[in-house]
Ligand binder design. Sequence first.
Ligand code: ATP
Ligand code: MG
Length: 344
Amino acid sequence: MKKHVIIFEARGGLDKGEYGIRKDSIPIIEALKKRGWSSEIIFYHDEDRGEIYRYTIDTADAYISRVDPGNLVNETCYFQMLRELVNNGVVGLPHPDAMIAYGAKNSIEKLKGSQIVPEDVYTYYHFETLKEEFPKRLKNGIRVLKQNRGTSGEGIWKVEVVDFIRYQGDIPLNAKLKLTEAKDNHTEYKTLQEFLEFCIQYFEGNDGMLLDMPFFERIVEGEIRALMLRDRVLKILHKKPINKKGAFSATFLSGAKYRYDTKEEWPDLVLTLKKSLGTIRKRLGNYKLPLLWTADFILDTDENGNDKYVLGEINASCIGFVAHLELSENIADEVLALLDNEHT
Ligand SMILES: Nc1ncnc2c1ncn2[C@@H]1O[C@H](COP(=O)(O)OP(=O)(O)OP(=O)(O)O)[C@@H](O)[C@H]1O
Ligand SMILES: [Mg+2]
């Protein structure tokens, strides 16, 4: 073994520290050093990818990807470089196709019918399917439509039919909709026809799609994020939407209140998630679980009046832990255990 790990980062973004480095990357390097390994950060640029590729192959046993693909000019090039690295013996933390599968909004649909995702969840890949199917789904009640690419609640719409009880069959194209965007909880009104046309933008590009799921009203009690180190829950982040009528967004910029809890405070959630790990792994392409990832849950109530947890989103790229830098020790231990395993 070379006993060297390379951390990939991207330039730009607002959450960086000195020299444009993520504040929680240096602690990972320090923790690896303490264990007799070396590690360094490389900023990925498309132009340098040949050189970065060769250098990584020559010097490193593994890479840790800490790049938000949304910040890259061309994410395809980056993912292709990672694929080549993995195919040529560098351990990918995570595998690029795991990052893509976990991070895409349709990951939720792939888990439908499991303990953590209801049946009533759909992905639309074409405008025609949205036009055909969505008016039928609206009969089931309030929906949430999610674009694939946005972050911080952009293009995440709560969709309510105004005067819902007026309609018997399919919701007609001239029905009025009340739309609330998770970006800032602002509300606008459009007819169904207007809204459908507005959604054309979300199908542009290779990975354009919309996820359609029921709206869970207990979101006002908070979105509950499990911060995961492969199969282990490290921490729980509780994100409570701003206390304002109609607000449902747990994104930081919309004013939601964030609080860290221990996993011991959420035993049922932890148990449910642990039981679902096999299904998550299998249905999302059978890759090894990512090194660092998050699973966001919303509370719901089952037929017997008991709490139940619904998965709303997974993130598997550029997970930060600046509020708990001590976790770098767990991360370093996990990386070394993993590499040890690969080589025995
Ligand atoms: N099915 C749902 N029911 C109720 N609220 C929801 C639902 N899905 C999402 N939300 C709310 O909308 C917010 C944004 O949705 P989501 O996290 O899926 O999108 P995002 O733009 O990718 O955000 P992020 O920046 O966290 O990646 C959530 O934090 C949650 O508050
Ligand atoms: Mg989210």
